[in-house]
Design a protein around this ligand. Structure first.
Ligand SMILES: [Zn+2]
Length: 523
């Protein structure tokens, strides 16, 4: 099919951007990138995305990946774990959780949740630490204060050194999977890079404009990519800007007041460079914080909650400017990592884990512009977890309803979200936490992502298997996994990523993914 003029123009602008990003960071010859791009599986997959069967016809082109942490290999043995992943899940790629301080993708099952039918039959609440589960090489860390964030919890076990050669023997790909999650209590000097909130307090989150944080991330991926034979890199940052945070536009943790960040010296400087009145932005967020606190006391403004919220945005457009600054800063890191990795080895696939909030919040979704994200990615792992999606969407609705949608009934707020987010027939609020979202949701979000990237970046839906939910909330069944995997491929996905971590998955649910793949004839 011939490209339209605007598409062609856009495409050349995009390759220009990719070249600039890589060239500025890694000083490589720009044509390398273009060649890498045309040779990338992402592009080959995309040619076939309108016809999923064509994708499957190409051997080793359909990615069947699983997220897996170091502890699973340490507990079960590398060969044994790989046997299970291949035999049960038909897995051909590993998303190795090599850097995080979070228990979402590393460590064993969360305490309080039932242990799965494999792995060490005990919890690691007392021993979990986090950090890098591969050895770090000091020569790469001269531009950052974080010199050696090696995870001590598994002694000298090196996830990448132990697994990659054995995976290669089986023609399985190995990706480094890194997360924007730090533990400030365990990292010396963390306060120097911490975000500063609107009231001047340091928080437990790293500022994405702090040079030490950016340099650390670039050092880390450079170290991994140069020290180990990795096939890809995926970074995830499950965070958003201060506007979304303050109004509770998120699932999970909004019990207390949200962190309204960042007003550190680096962010203030960046704001000034953009021509944003920093003090006006601060005032606006303080007013917005007051609005939320008043709402929680049922002090309804005479013009109602939504109108008053909107008026604050009119009076303080700096609020939106600061939100945009935060998001742009996060997405600049995508460009930096992309450039760093591609400058070292242009064949390595680079992509991003896109947070589940993208499925719930129209405000966060507006910031996840697929047509922009494709400029710095070979693939996107779009989180489309339909099982835990039910309880999580219900949490999101309760959070955002407690602020700007307080004048509607929670059910009305949910129905509005279903319509404006493009969902079909999904459960009412009273059933949502127990029934989860449907496989139709998986299909719709997969298609939307493929259209958004205009077929130029591979879309790998994240499929949830046994992600912990609350008591009496939706639990994963084999039929759910089968339906979700089939929905993703029928919608044209170039692969799937089984999530969040093998150490919490029941084998019957993992096997259901393998059965779906077999039944669809995917090679
Ligand atoms: Zn900052």
């Amino acid at each position: 099919m011939e490209k339209s003029k605007s598409e062609a123009k856009d495409s050349s602008r995009r390759s220009f951007l990719k070249k600039v990003t890589a060239a500025s960071v890694a000083a490589i010859h720009p044509t390398l990138l273009k060649e890498a791009r045309s040779a990338s599986p992402a592009l080959n997959n995309n040619q076939a995305q309108s016809n999923p069967r064509a994708t499957r016809a190409q051997p080793n082109k359909t990615l069947i990946a699983i997220q897996v942490g170091a502890v699973s290999f340490a507990d079960e043995g590398v060969e044994r774990a790989l046997d299970i992943l291949q035999e049960k899940g038909r897995v051909n790629a590993l998303m190795l959780a090599v850097f995080t301080y979070g228990r979402g993708i590393a460590g064993r099952q969360l305490p309080g949740q039932p242990l799965p039918d494999h792995g060490a039959q005990k919890y690691d609440a007392d021993t979990f630490h986090g950090g890098s589960y591969a050895e770090l090489h000091p020569q790469y860390y001269d531009k950052t204060i974080f010199k050696n964030l090696r995870a001590p919890d598994l002694a000298n076990f090196d996830l990448l050194a132990a697994v990659i050669p054995k995976a290669k023997e089986r023609r399985m790909q190995s990706y480094c999977w890194l997360e924007d999650v730090y533990n400030p209590r365990l990292i010396p000097g963390f306060e120097k890079v911490a975000e500063v909130d609107v009231y001047g307090r340091r928080t437990g989150q790293a500022c994405l404009n702090n040079p030490d944080v950016r340099n650390f991330l670039n050092s880390l991926v450079e170290d991994y990519v140069k020290s180990y034979e990795v096939d890809g890199v995926m970074w995830g940052s499950e965070r958003q800007g201060p506007l979304n945070n303050v109004i509770g536009s998120r699932h999970g943790g909004f019990n207390g007041r949200a962190e309204i960040t960042c007003f550190c010296e680096h962010c203030r400087e960046k704001g000034k460079e953009r021509g944003v009145a920093v003090e006006r932005a601060r005032e606006g967020f303080i007013e917005l914080d007051k609005f939320v606190l008043a709402a929680w006391k049922n002090q309804r403004p005479s013009d109602g909650y939504f109108v008053t919220f909107w008026r604050l945005l009119l009076n303080y457009p700096e609020i939106l400017a600061w939100e945009k600054l935060w998001t742009d800063s996060q997405q600049e890191i995508y460009g930096e990592i992309y450039g760093t990795v591609k400058g070292i080895n242009n064949k390595i696939q680079v992509g991003w884990h896109i947070w589940h909030n993208n499925s719930f919040s129209p405000f966060f979704r507006a910031e996840q512009d697929y047509s922009k994200l494709r400029q710095t990615s070979d693939f996107l792992k779009v989180v489309i977890y339909n099982n835990c999606g039910g309880p999580r969407l219900a949490q999101y609705i309760r959070n955002v309803h407690s602020t700007i949608f307080r004048d509607a009934k929670p059910e009305e707020a949910l129905q509005l979200h279903y319509r404006i987010m493009g969902y079909g027939d999904e459960p009412n609020l009273d059933k949502l936490p127990t029934s989860g979202l449907s496989a139709d949701y998986v299909s719709r979000e997969t298609k939307r992502a493929i259209e958004g990237v205009r077929g130029e970046t591979a879309i790998y839906p994240g499929i949830d298997i046994d992600i912990p939910t609350g008591n009496n909330e939706k639990k994963t069944e084999p039929s759910d996994v089968k339906a979700a995997v089939k929905a993703a491929f029928n919608a044209g996905a170039a692969g799937v990523i089984l999530s969040r971590k093998y150490s919490e998955m029941k084998l019957a649910n993992l096997a259901a993914a393998g059965e779906a793949i077999k039944e669809m004839g995917i090679k």
